[in-house]
Design a protein around this ligand. Structure first.
Ligand code: BDR
Ligand code: CA
Length: 305
């Protein structure tokens, strides 16, 4: 069955692999890509979304620019991981310069939700939750029509990747994460506990390169750039593709429901998830994954199977 989805993203190397997967899979009807500053600034992530669509030959899908900064804080810069262009220097075609430029992601998502039947659109969130929090705050009736938000973010038992307990997407905009967690939306979080189990090795790159298909070959180049941004390590985690994998095959994942709140302080763990029995919002969290089946599905879709 094909699901209507909006992809909210800050591409970003792993975002790009995730988007290529969604565009290659018959499980998704991508209604639009909304962008948010995160891995790199808004102008670059918006251009990158257009470049990814151009590579996939899907410039019929609109790109809508969203938040240029977190709700209440200064953003991070991760150029050392994702490169100055956000896509590790990998070559992509440029988007059609005559394509209309859209702005105002929260409003566009609201209008999209109102245009489609109640409970028929999923939001696949791959970056800081700024646009989704603004949707909740500024367009609550439309937000109530979302079928499900599946968001890459947070760390439960795993160490963080920004602070000892904090993960990038939630740490980049803790206030937004707090709003989304407490909004009462159907929400599934996909934290580092799962995404660090879905890893690309050099053999996996070789497998992708055996395909003639551009999504597989470019994904291999992207992951290769990801390898080069770090020293050592036999493999790299495929964070954002896990959102798409969960959306297509939830049976490959194990879910736990935890009462969660977000650290809104100014310390190293700002944005960290806290298991909070008294005040936490009940959130479904993906905690287990069938790693082999997930990697197989990802490579298969990118290679056109
Ligand atoms: C998340 O942070 C970003 O750098 C990645 O694209 C992913 O969304 C992982 O913590
Ligand atoms: Ca991302």
């Amino acid at each position: 069955m094909t699901r209507k989805v909006v992809i909210d993203t800050d591409p970003g190397i792993d975002d790009a692999v995730a988007i290529l997967f969604a565009l290659a899979s018959p499980a998704f009807d991508v209604l639009g890509i909304t962008t948010v500053a995160g891995n790199i600034g808004l102008t670059t992530v918006t251009r990158n979304a257009g470049r990814i669509l151009a590579l996939a030959g899907r410039q019929d899908i609109p790109v809508i620019a969203g938040a240029a900064a977190p709700l209440a804080r200064k953003g991070f810069d991760t150029a050392e991981i994702h490169g100055d262009d956000g896509l590790g220097g990998v070559s992509f075609p440029e988007p059609d310069p005559t394509a209309p430029l859209w702005e105002g992601a929260p409003r566009w998502i609201a209008e999209t939700l109102l245009r489609h039947p109640f409970g028929s659109v999923d939001i696949l969130a791959l970056g800081p939750l700024t646009n989704i929090a603004r949707l909740v705050r500024e367009h609550p009736a439309a937000a109530g029509r979302i079928r499900r938000v599946i968001a890459m973010g947070g760390a439960i038992d795993e160490r963080g990747n920004i602070g000892p307990r904090s993960e990038f997407n939630l740490a980049a905009d803790p206030e937004a994460a707090d709003i989304v967690l407490r909004a009462g939306l159907p929400l599934v979080l996909v934290p580092l506990d799962v995404t660090r189990k879905v890893r690309a090795t050099r053999d996996y790159l070789a497998l992708l390169r055996r395909s003639e298909r551009p999504p597989a070959r470019v994904s291999a180049d992207l992951i290769d750039a990801y390898f080069q941004s770090t020293t050592g390590g036999e493999s790299r985690p495929l964070h954002d593709p896990c959102v798409m994998l969960f959306a297509e095959r939830p049976d490959l994942f194990g879910i736990e429901r935890y009462p969660l709140s977000v650290d809104l302080g100014d310390g190293v763990d700002a944005g960290a998830l806290i298991k909070d029995e008294g005040r936490g919002a009940p959130v479904d969290v993906a905690m287990r994954v069938d790693t082999a089946a997930a990697l197989d599905l990802l490579a298969g879709r990118l290679a056109g199977r």
